[in-house]
Design a binder for this molecule. Sequence first.
Ligand code: CUA
Length: 172
Amino acid sequence: TPPKNWLEEQVSPEERVWLVLATLFAIVFLSAFMGLWHLTGRQTTHGEAYRVDPASFRQEVLAFAERYQVGELNGIPVVAPPPGDVYLMAQAFSWYPVLKLKKGETYRLRVASVDYPHGFSLYPHEWSIQLYPGYEWVYSFTPTKAGEYALICNDYCGLGHHLMVGRILVEE
Ligand code: CUA
């Protein structure tokens, strides 16, 4: 009698072997990704996102920079005492301000775009986050190496996109 449905069809022994091998391979492959990569990989950290009005975020950033800026010129690092809030504002085509932080201290990093979507990528921590105007992202941030960190926009945002590079200075 012919089989009633595909479940009852005969499977040849050779095919059964390959089915088992393929299943095992899928299990090993998936656990390598979901388990090993999760434990040993360098993922973007988990943050929180809140709705924010871009204009009021800009005001907060300017007030923050004014409070902690050393010197009067743009580009002078903002030295914020830990463990407080530190701000980064993305706008076409720059990051503001330049932060000066202490290695090993933990800060509350607040990042937002005030105009277009930008990509927030931080090296050497290897974070990569997409910023949309109207939201701020809040991260617990502990710089683990001294030196100059690079902030790069990883989302095409216009003619000056390639110029959108910022810095965080980390002191011992
Ligand atoms: Cu901002 Cu690309």
